[in-house]
Design a protein around this ligand. Structure first.
Ligand SMILES: [Zn+2]
Length: 389
């Protein structure tokens, strides 16, 4: 009978996990290398966004430079056009002056003789030589003035053309400047968007690194399946967390207590309620003081336990602990760092599930420790860790 029973137990403990494990591996087959790959993917993405961002910022600076040179060019054109107009005005004045000069020259000879000035001037000559000389001089003078007027008219025409060309060019660069400003605003929005992306990606990278560090600390190697190398050693039962103690406040002591308080043991050792691994240590919480969180695997089911108001803590995160490991001592002295205690005691809580995966705060996942561990009712003492109190 006993042999048969043992065999059945062996079947449960060894054979069933053999069938269950491969399924688990398939379901949670992620290796540490997968995390490394994921991290480099995230880092690459972050690099790409960062370089996109700096390229966009460079383009914005380039646009700002272009807009500045257009501003300068517009002012230069306005100044040039103004100078051209002054020049044209001057040329027109000069033409009028030259024309007047010619007319006055002609008028002088017409008035002095009352006849055609060329002939009068020419025939008034004393000799043939004088006649030819006079004719040539008058013609030369008029031709010279006419040539000057022609040149000035040509210059005016060319300056007017130039002025028109500049006006067209100015219109074009003003349109270009408007386009550049629109592009600048659009790129500015893009930089804001990229900055938001880099921020959230940076946070993801930071979290991924922390997760990897945690698995490395647990001894996981790149090829290890994470659910295997970080596995919590199995235990079969819970024990009371101190050698002795007085139940000062139970599960129903007040609403939302969701734990039990064990008093009368100031400074005494605290032990894990079951074998497991330390998954969290908190120092100086305003309500709870110093506390340790331990993850357990009880017959394949995940549980976490928490020990609050501790005076001393002797363990560290990721440390594998057994029921016999002293994790620290009972504190909870009133008036210390911890505002949620009126006297020395251990606030002992148990939650169902995996800490940091299923929950952070024990609240909704907490279960009454007295339903899975043998504790005396409120006001009662126990004096052993196992079995009856
Ligand atoms: Zn409590």
């Amino acid at each position: 009978m006993i042999k048969k029973f043992s065999y059945a137990v062996l079947m449960v403990v060894f054979v069933i996990p053999m069938f269950v494990s491969p399924v688990n591996v398939k379901a949670n087959g992620k290796t540490l290398r997968d995390l490394y790959n994921n991290l480099s993917k995230l880092e690459k993405e972050l690099d790409e966004i960062n370089s996109d961002k700096s390229m966009t910022e460079n383009r914005i600076n380039q646009i700002k430079g272009n807009i500045q040179s257009i501003d300068k060019e517009v002012i230069d054109i306005e100044r040039t056009v103004e100078n051209i107009h002054t020049e044209i005005k001057q040329l027109n004045d000069d033409i009028i002056a030259k024309d007047k000069e010619t007319k006055e020259f002609v008028k002088y000879y017409q008035l002095s003789t009352g006849e055609n000035m060329y002939l009068e001037y020419a025939f008034g000559a004393k000799s043939m030589a004088d006649f030819i000389k006079r004719l040539a001089t008058a013609e030369q003078f008029i031709n010279h003035n006419n040539k000057l007027i022609d040149d000035m008219n040509e210059l005016i025409a060319s300056q007017e053309r130039k002025s028109k060309e500049l006006a067209v060019h100015q219109q074009n660069i003003i349109v270009k400047r408007k386009e550049l400003r629109q592009e600048q605003f659009k790129l500015g929005d893009r930089v804001v968007e990229l900055s938001e992306n880099t921020q959230s990606l940076s946070e993801e990278v930071r979290d991924a690194k922390a997760t990897i560090r945690n698995y490395e600390k647990l001894g996981c190697k790149p090829h290890h399946v994470l659910s295997e190398c970080s596995r919590i050693d199995r235990d079969v039962s819970f024990a009371r967390p101190t050698m002795r103690g007085l139940i000062t406040c139970g599960w129903f002591c007040y609403s939302d207590h969701r734990a039990i308080d064990i008093g009368g043991i100031a400074g005494e050792n605290i032990y894990p309620t079951a074998n497991g691994r330390v998954v969290g240590i908190t120092w100086g919480s305003s309500c709870g003081g110093n506390y340790v969180t331990i993850q357990h695997n009880i017959n394949g089911r995940p549980y976490a336990s928490r020990y609050m108001h501790m005076a001393k803590i002797y363990v560290s995160v990721n440390q594998v602990v057994s029921k016999d490991t002293v994790i620290g001592t009972v504190g909870g002295y009133a008036g210390g760092v911890d505002q949620c205690t009126t006297g020395p005691h251990l606030h002992f809580a148990i939650a169902q599930g995996t800490y940091a995966q299923d929950f952070w705060s024990f609240g909704t996942h907490a279960l009454n420790p007295a339903t899975i561990i043998n504790f005396p009712p409120e006001g009662g003492w126990y004096s052993t860790r196992y079995g009856r109190y």
